[in-house]
Design a protein around this ligand. Structure first.
Ligand SMILES: C[S@@+](CC[C@H](N)C(=O)[O-])C[C@H]1O[C@@H](n2cnc3c(N)ncnc32)[C@H](O)[C@@H]1O
Length: 217
């Protein structure tokens, strides 16, 4: 199952609900646009502050098209209840998932971003959970090194699943914005550790959001 080009759909929704008092006409769950705008602005401020803090240090935080992720999540909500973001950065997508009614968690390797996303969730009255560590399960870390030795994404770090008290198999939807060319080791991670009927939502700058059942990866 794949939905591509969700950004185009967002355009229609954006016009329809430009006035936050008007609910979109379809039956999908939704969030008042003014609330989304505030979240996205706050998330962008975190991103800019992170860039200023890191200076020339290499990091991997590039935000996705968060409105496209929102539209994808609206469509997944009625068939899924748990959500995990791999590399949650400023926390925007995980907070959107929480506001849509998912039990929503984000794993992030940069400690400062975990602090910021946790604070953002608290300030915006979101119940999203953020933990510091790696989304790569410990027993897959050596295999990734063998499969894709020249990747940019780090795999080691604290075991975030232990911190969450959950495993990857507990999640119905997993969202990731993989570094270009690093999709295959992410898919293999999902094939090995997620439920076959879980959905992987990925973002790609060219194709937008794509939803794929793990058993079809
Ligand atoms: C391309 S950004 C995507 C941010 C956010 N998910 C979005 O789509 O807007 C990737 C994020 O994953 C984080 N990250 C990279 N490797 C990680 C790992 N092994 N475990 C947890 N987070 C990781 C980076 O620090 C960065 O914040």
């Amino acid at each position: 199952m794949e939905w591509k080009g969700l950004r185009a759909l967002w355009g229609a929704h954006d016009n329809l609900a430009a006035d936050s008092r008007i609910a979109p006409v379809n039956d999908l769950p939704w969030i008042p646009p003014a609330r989304i705008d505030e979240l996205l602005q706050r998330g962008e401020a975190v991103w800019r502050a992170f860039e200023a803090r890191t200076g020339p240090r290499h990091h991997l935080f590039v935000p996705c098209d968060q409105r496209a992720a929102y539209e994808a999540l609206r469509r997944l909500r009625d068939s899924a209840s748990t959500f995990l973001e791999f590399g949650s950065a400023a926390g925007v997508v995980t907070i959107l998932a929480d506001w849509l009614g998912f039990e929503a968690c984000g794993i992030e390797i940069e400690p400062w971003l975990v602090e910021q996303s946790t604070a953002l969730a608290r300030q915006l009255r979101s119940g999203a959970t953020f933990v510091e560590g790696t989304f790569v399960p410990p027993d897959y870390q050596d295999d990734v090194q063998l499969l894709t030795p020249d990747r940019l994404t780090p795999t080691g770090g604290a075991d975030a699943y232990e911190e969450l008290g959950m495993s990857l198999r507990d999640f119905d939807v997993v969202f990731a914005y993989p570094w270009p060319g690093e999709e295959e080791w992410l898919f293999e991670l999902m094939r090995r550790h997620a439920r076959p009927r879980a959905r992987l939502l990925t973002y790609d700058a060219n194709d937008g959001c794509t939803v794929t059942e793990v058993r079809e990866l």
